[in-house]
Design a protein around this ligand. Structure first.
Ligand code: UD1
Length: 418
């Protein structure tokens, strides 16, 4: 467990480099099992979730090394198709391993991931898609047992464009017999990154980033070197940091096109936004204006993973904003924590009505989940006095050394291991 203490008052200013994307790294790490030769992944963030995924890969028999920001995974030695229970429950994305383990070993045995702090998170779409590819799946005693000796291409038509299910089916399909067409696929940039990795390994995937992804099965792939895309959620968090502290922050080494939905909200709040090829600058000279209406949607809509951080910003904006969470049913736990800091908000089911206050004050608050925790750091930066955030280890699931990154921008965030 860890705590962070955030001292409010300083305007963030300067440049910070974006880390590699967690949500791209996790499925790509799962996909390393699809080839028997070593893979070098550049720009891999050092995060708890990535560490847990590596432990799972090791438990399956893979060899893993880190060299600076590179991870080298050799799955040539992998020999086990049973995912470890405790580690897999801790890392929800372990469900991505179902498709790749099944493809590699023709069988997979995984614990049911269960719910989590932001909602129920069922896996029905993952399982229905795998069954379409001819996998036999039995769910019993909290475990999922899959047999897939004859995986074959099929049309998989998702009722909802689930990110994880799209990725899982792409991985299960690359070595299946024939062609798989995924309809109503999620269009997130991390899916395009997974396609890039799979094709670099010699597989044949096309259409990622659109609602139709096509995978032509091939017998074997090969090792490769691949660079993970920059993290758009971390990019967005630091840009909101500029807006909320009336600062001037440039995030470098990023992809401005992947944060378009946020940039238009920041412009609407009155910030100056300048995007270059691989950098974005946000300058805020005055108190942000409210944003009448925002709803989270699958990409290219406003991302659910930036909803809590935008919530903090709107909590100090001039006027009343409405924020609707369409993607996860239980993702407003930060609202009650922000109230402890003087914020005014009302939640009705999936809708938050936020009345901006001129100033928040420091308090002791809890990070209930990863992005909600980041939202509290942002709120603490603009509050009067000190904010202590408990369970800050949840923030470390997705942010690499957030204390140092914000410190380099002139903010004061101190981390304490308990
Ligand atoms: C991924 C991201 C997460 C992000 C989310 C939405 C990773 C590691 N995580 O999560 O950070 O918040 O996309 O952008 O990439 N659903 C079902 N049945 C299923 C699968 C999903 O009903 O079989 C529902 C979920 O409960 C949720 C919605 O679909 O309400 C979106 O989930 P999904 O797109 O699958 O998110 P994840 O892949 O879990």
């Amino acid at each position: 467990m860890s705590n962070v203490t955030v001292r409010g008052g300083a305007a963030l200013s300067g440049a910070v480099a974006a880390q590699g994307s967690k949500n791209a790294a996790l499925p790509i790490l799962a996909a390393t099992l699809l080839v028997k030769e070593p893979v070098r992944l550049r720009n891999c963030p050092r995060l708890r979730d990535v560490g847990n995924m590596l432990h799972i890969l090791e438990s399956l028999g893979c060899t893993v090394f880190r060299e600076g920001n590179d991870l080298i995974v050799d799955s040539g030695t992998a020999a086990n198709c049973v995912l470890p229970t405790a580690l897999s429950r801790e890392l929800r994305s372990s469900i991505f391993l179902l498709g790749s383990v099944l493809s590699r070993f023709s069988e997979a045995d995984a614990p049911y991931p269960g719910g989590c702090e932001i909602g129920n998170r069922p896996i029905d779409l993952h399982l229905a898609g795998l069954r379409k590819l001819n996998a036999e799946i039995v769910e019993r005693g909290g475990r999922i047992r899959c047999q897939g000796a004859n995986l074959s291409g099929a049309v998989v038509d998702f009722e909802y464009p689930s990110v994880g299910a799209t990725e899982n089916i792409m991985m299960a399909a690359v070595r299946a017999k024939g062609t798989t067409v995924i309809r109503n696929a999620a269009c997130e940039p991390e899916i395009v990154d997974l396609e890039g990795f799979l094709n670099a390994c010699g597989f044949r995937v096309s259409g990622a980033g659109t609602p139709t992804v096509t995978v032509e099965g091939v017998e074997e792939g090969h090792g490769t070197t691949y660079c993970i895309m920059p993290d758009r959620i971390v990019t967005g968090t630091y840009l909101i940091g500029a807006a909320i502290t009336r600062g001037d922050v440039t995030v470098t080494g990023t992809r401005p096109d992947t944060v378009d939905a946020l940039l238009s909200k920041l412009s609407a709040c009155g910030c100056d936004v300048t995007a270059a090829k691989d950098a974005v600058r946000v300058r805020a000279k005055r108190r942000p204006r409210c944003v009448e209406f925002t709803e989270t949607r699958p990409y290219p809509g406003f991302p659910t993973d930036l909803q809590p951080q935008l919530f903090s910003l709107l909590s100090v904006a001039e006027g009343t904003s409405v924020l609707v969470e369409n993607v996860f049913e239980n993702r407003f736990k930060h609202a009650q924590e922000l109230k402890k800091m003087g914020a005014e908000n009302r939640i009705l089911d999936r809708t938050a009505v936020i009345t901006g206050v001129a100033r928040l004050h420091g308090a002791t608050v809890t990070a209930h989940d990863l992005r909600g925790g980041a939202a509290l750091v942002l709120a603490g930066l603009c509050a009067e006095g000190d904010t202590v955030i408990e369970h800050a280890e949840r923030i470390e699931r997705g942010y690499e050394q957030i204390d140092l990154a914000i410190g380099a921008l002139g903010g004061a965030v101190a981390r304490k291991e308990l």
